[in-house]
Design a protein around this ligand. Structure first.
Ligand SMILES: [Zn+2]
Length: 189
């Protein structure tokens, strides 16, 4: 128990770094190729994303902020679930929704390119409960479009592109330790 407590203190201390109001995220596909960038900036109504991507199938794709700053291909399950600090249901059209990390679908043109501007409403890059940067998260693109209501992820299919959102000075340690016991087990290895 004491070890877990110490690790939690260490984690909290390690998070007390400088606030950032902008962040460029590199986006990678399942083969590990960089296929674009997401420029994040702090706005009064949330975090703006300027997204540039290439190499997608033409048409609509789901895009979500996930809870772990960890993009391990090819399936990107390491990114965890949609970021959901408020415990809501998934979906921008769901009456009990939505996750903080839920976003409108993006559309790739006939050449497979995406140029989009999105707002993650109510999110912030500054520290706090609604932060997408403190502790780290990830931005994940899906193979199919998000239907806006199905649980848990809008029936949007496989994760095809992922980018880690984390502070510049953060060492690449591990998943965000939302489960201290799991963190503890990994320390024992
Ligand atoms: Zn969601």
């Amino acid at each position: 128990m004491r070890l877990i407590f110490l690790l939690m203190i260490l984690f909290m201390v390690s998070c007390q770094s400088d606030d950032q109001s902008a962040k460029t995220v590199e986006m990678y596909n399942a083969s590990g190729d960089m296929v674009g960038t997401a420029n994040l900036s702090e706005q009064s109504d949330g975090v703006e994303i300027e997204l540039t991507l290439e190499g997608l199938d033409p048409g609509f794709h789901g895009i979500h902020v996930h809870e772990n700053p960890n993009c391990e291909g090819p399936d990107f399950t390491s990114a965890g679930n949609h970021l959901n600090p408020e415990g809501d249901d998934h979906g921008l059209m769901h009456p009990e929704g939505s996750h903080l990390g839920d976003l409108p679908n993006i559309e790739a043109d006939d050449d497979g390119q995406v140029e989009a501007e999105l707002i993650i409403e109510e999110a912030t890059l500054l520290d706090g409960r609604m932060s997408i940067l403190e502790g780290g998260t990830s931005l994940v693109i899906k193979e199919e479009q998000d239907d806006g209501v199905s649980q848990p992820g809008g029936d949007s299919g496989a994760r095809i592109i992922c980018g880690e959102i984390k502070k510049d000075d953060e060492v690449d340690v591990d998943d965000s330790p939302t489960d201290p016991t799991q963190f503890n087990e990994e320390q024992d290895e």
